[in-house]
Design a protein around this ligand. Structure first.
Ligand SMILES: Cc1ncc(COP(=O)(O)O)c(C=O)c1O
Length: 455
């Protein structure tokens, strides 16, 4: 293992052993023997310690972390203010159960979430532990408030793997395989992916820049509500304002606005899944803010507590009018996680959301430079530090470079960069919001090197 001062001062990866190293190998062998094989591990990184942007494995190899625990460690690893907030709360009490008793942290964070989520109306907040739980809560609010039971979702979307959330998830067939029929009645339609328009249209001509809105959103009213989902039975449309696992796809603003208008016309609710795109990652507190999009219900998780498990369903107060016992859980709203969340939001508001915007723009510009140099890059897209780089085999056909993307991930790992994929052939950049310019420069230098070697 390296000394903690080495990890503290490291600005670049330091790879000392073949990867995985011998200690990592031992842990991976134990994992294989005892842990559920359903986890998807793209490469054999074993976490031992983390500080800021850097993480270390048990063999003393140091990596530059560009995935932040899949968009979770918003403030980087072991941020002193987060650690202090956790320590201070842990000294007082760890748990009392929000479902049964009161404690001041709960309304304090709820009030903050009401303030920072889109929409200036009265809201109520329900706490959970994971993104999937926040989605379950959102769906239950929608069902309860409308007494309707059908949902509309989008291809490529990921909302979690619990049975309700899985019904709306339409990311990879293997996530559903073996589990039989879906629990909920969901109709999926294509998402607004302008690089790969499912209708083979162009934003200039599909209505995206006209008041009628893009074809892919209008289909909901013109086809789906007329043929398969009676509007009066549709509880909600569930949408990621920027699609995450589906490939970090940024829709035109009119896509979300048209969905909002259609929903309004038919008394259908709109749920924004901001589990991945929220908490300052996109350079605004919520991705919806980029598009002037105001959902009725919003699900937030991942980056909210810098790595502690916490999620929230934030809904219009008139919708969350259920009675005691209707929805709650033992651990949802854990006070230690809330202390971390309050400290996280303080950091996001004071500097980190602005840094996400600044560094995101810097990375996007640099990656677009790389795109001009390397024909394997088909598309560079994103907002703030939610950036997707789509690899293709051919500029004309845009054939997704699936195996090449997987190789790219491995090559990054070998050189000490932690990145993960999303969509069919995209590389995702979702670093901590503390990233600095020289980390970005180094990342682009390594990307350049790998793409040159792979061409
Ligand atoms: C947009 C989105 N929604 C929901 C989830 C599910 O969150 P969790 O894995 O915490 O249940 C994820 C996880 O990646 C996500 O990206």
């Amino acid at each position: 293992m390296s000394s903690s001062s080495e990890l503290k001062s490291a600005r670049r990866p330091i790879i000392r052993t073949p990867l995985p190293g011998p200690r990592s190998e031992e842990i991976i062998a134990q994992d294989r023997q005892f842990v559920s094989p359903s986890y998807t591990r793209s490469y054999p990184f074993v976490m031992q310690r983390g500080l800021g942007m850097m993480v270390e494995d048990p063999d003393g190899n140091i990596f530059l972390d560009l995935m932040a625990g899949v968009a979770v460690c918003a403030t980087g690893h072991a941020h002193p203010e987060i650690v202090e907030a956790i320590r201070e709360q842990a000294d007082k009490f760890l748990h009392v159960c929000a479902a049964d008793f009161y404690y001041p942290q709960l309304p304090e964070l709820a009030r903050k979430l009401v303030e920072i989520t889109p929409g200036s109306f009265e809201k109520r907040v329900h706490f959970g532990n994971s993104g999937a739980e926040a989605i379950e809560g959102a769906i239950k609010v929608a069902f309860h408030a409308t007494r309707r039971q059908k949902l509309i979702g989008f291809h490529g979307s990921f909302h979690g793997r619990t049975l309700g959330a899985l019904s709306v998830t339409a990311s990879k067939a293997k996530q559903r395989a073996g589990f039989g029929r879906q629990a909920l009645d969901v109709t999926h339609v294509p998402y607004a992916n302008c690089y790969r328009c499912p209708y083979n249209l162009k934003p200039e001509t599909c209505g995206a820049f006209e008041s009628k809105g893009p074809h892919c959103a209008r289909v909901i009213e013109e086809v789906i509500l007329r043929t398969t989902v009676p509007a009066e039975e549709c509880a909600a449309i569930l949408v990621e304002p920027i699609q995450g696992e589906g490939g970090y796809v940024v829709p035109p603003a009119s896509f979300l606005q048209t969905i909002r208008e259609i929903a309004n016309r038919h008394g259908i609710l709109v749920i924004a899944d901001e589990v991945q795109s929220g908490m300052g990652r996109t350079g605004r507190m919520y991705a919806s803010d980029h598009f002037g999009f105001v959902p009725d219900i919003l699900a937030t998780a991942k980056g909210i507590a810098s790595g502690l498990p916490l999620s929230a369903t934030v809904a219009r107060a008139d919708l969350m009018d259920w009675t005691p016992g209707a929805h709650a859980s033992t651990f949802g709203g854990n006070p230690v996680a809330i202390a971390a969340a309050l400290a996280t939001i303080r950091l996001l508001e004071s500097e980190l959301t602005a840094n996400a915007e600044r560094m995101g723009n810097y990375l996007l510009a640099g990656l677009r430079e790389l795109q001009r140099k390397h024909s394997q890059i088909g598309d560079v897209r994103g907002r703030g530090l939610m950036i997707g780089v789509e690899l293709i085999r051919d500029q004309a056909t845009r054939e997704p470079a699936v195996a090449e993307r997987d190789r790219f991930e491995q090559e990054c790992f070998r050189r000490g960069l932690l990145v993960i994929g999303c969509g069919a052939s995209s590389i995702r950049l979702s670093p901590a919001l503390i990233i600095e310019k020289d980390h970005c420069d180094y990342t682009m230098q390594i990307f350049d090197e790998i793409l040159t070697a792979m061409s």
